[in-house]
Design a binder for this molecule. Sequence first.
Ligand code: NAD
Length: 295
Amino acid sequence: MKIGFIGVGHMGGPMCHNIIKKSGHEVTVFDLSHAAIEACVELGAKGSDSVAELAANSDVIFTSLPMPKDVETVALGAGGIGENAKSGTIYIDLSTNSPTVIRKVAAELEKKGITTIDAPVSGGVIGATKGTIAIMVGGDKSTYEKCLPLFESFGENISHLGELGCGCIAKIVNNMIAFCNMAAGAEGLLLGVAAGIDPSALNQVIRNSSGNSMGYRGVAYTTLKGDWTPSFALDLAYKDMHLALELADELSIPLSISPQVHNLMRMARGMGYGKDDATAMIRVYEETMKIEIRK
Ligand code: NAD
């Protein structure tokens, strides 16, 4: 089988590296960054000059792209997958995407005989690198089963959740919860330190107590070090939270905590932290209160 992979950044890069090393299939990659392509070529992949060339020569095409509009452009735009992939191609979007957008993409690609499944992932760069990432799949079950060995080459905890878009829904809900935990962690750290407790001691206690969560650990880790080098950019987290609010709007589902966290992310982006790690949302509190929470 010929595999094409478009978007080999923080997440797509390590996932693609595992496919190259473990799947036993020929892999071709395309990215706007030449360096990102080169890292895959060094492991045995072929580099491609365009989406069009990659799509025309692949049986299965993966994308791992930042925004829903990027997926739409690569899939449906000029020179994209729809124009170039042959009938019978399987298209798998690993991005955290809007269920509405992936359904629109799938409907257009179906007219060309291309089957789409959504398969967003969770576990961060560490999980992507170790090949332990969780994969949440929506779409045709038999296509999912056909692709399972491929998923197993770069992930664990692989679930088929239902019709197309269900992977995106699960992922959006997961991230909404994670970012609320992160924001609560930021507030907790601020309150504890303002009240006079040593940040490292407080962190140790929370890690062993009921306040612990992955979101909490993330914000505590970067903040105590004072280093928000992105492994998951705040701009992408903001996009995910936006997708959750958009879904709630479509369904008239009330959300009260998530919009506040979305707003906190807006403030952090306004203060210039959009390209930093998502945990840089704590900088809003630190700067407003003139309190630094460090080891
Ligand atoms: P990233 O910005 O590091 O990587 C995206 C890559 O796509 C970049 O290398 C970029 O050059 C490339 N790209 C953008 N537009 C392109 C185009 N038109 N054609 C070809 N390449 C293009 O982002 P990331 O952190 O790897 O995130 C990718 C997706 O995975 C996002 O949807 C994100 O929400 C999701 N995600 C990220 C994480 C994380 O921890 N970083 C975890 C789970 C899911």
